[in-house]
Ligand binder design. Structure first.
Ligand code: GRF
Length: 222
């Protein structure tokens, strides 16, 4: 058994994905430990979740910095103090700059509430409804310079119901997120997943398209 990988989780809000990651670590489903949680929003409920789990928390409020570079310098200093093997963005609602992304390239993951490459950016649930797509879901990808466009790793999908609202879709997708993110983090922590030449590699095979979580489960690689 290799030493649990230290993971820093960045949040901006409720932190339900953070909770799923902490729970999976605590139950031994992921060979990792959340070593710190950092929020850019002072009131983020995720900070309370982390405190309740005895995990160090930090708030680095972006509004107190005069520009993106100084905010990100403070953020990376805080992250680097923990020497994490992985930085997991979990509802972290700030666009990150070039130098910051470069610094953590290959060890920073994000979960996005859509089936990428469809619907990068915000308001994904309403946009899915407006576009009358029949399927929706979430995707975990490596973070690169392209917003929500880094190498996708895995997705989980659902069928859009009728009737459905952006709110019902958001809560149904969140349930999928809570399973998908820990599953992908587990693969990364076991070093079965990494990024090379801007492609995600899983068990030695390049992922030219993201893998369905059900395939991960049936292949018994989670
Ligand atoms: C999730 O839907 C995530 O995909 C998106 O923001 C939401 C965060 O939810 N980027 P939570 O804070 O993890 O509850």
């Amino acid at each position: 058994m290799i030493t649990p990988m230290p993971v820093v989780v960045l949040i901006s809000g409720s932190g339900s994905n953070l909770q799923a990651i902490m729970d999976a670590c605590a139950s031994g489903k992921i060979n990792a430990r959340v070593c710190a949680v950092i929020s850019n929003k002072p009131g983020a409920y995720g900070l309370e979740r982390a405190k309740a789990a005895g995990i160090p928390t930090h708030c680095i409020d972006h509004t107190l910095f005069s520009n993106r570079d100084s905010f990100e310098a403070a953020l990376s200093q805080c992250i680097d103090d923990y020497a994490p093997g992985l930085i997991a963005l979990a509802g972290f609602m700030r666009i990150l700059g070039t130098a910051f992304i470069e610094r953590y390239q290959g060890r920073m993951l994000n979960i996005h509430p859509s089936l990428l490459p469809h619907f990068p950016g915000l308001n994904t649930h309403q946009r899915v409804l407006d576009a009358k797509h029949h399927y929706h879901g979430c995707t975990v990808h490596f973070v690169t310079q392209e917003l929500d466009g880094g190498p996708p790793i895995a997705f989980s999908k659902l069928e859009v119901n009728s009737p459905e609202t952006a709110e019902t879709l958001a809560s149904r997708v969140l349930v999928l997120e809570h399973k998908l993110y820990p599953t992908v983090i587990s693969l990364f922590a076991e070093k079965r997943l990494y990024m090379e030449d801007n492609i995600a590699i899983l068990d030695g095979e390049p992922l030219h398209a993201p893998i369905d979580i059900t395939q991960i489960q049936t292949r018994k690689i989670s």
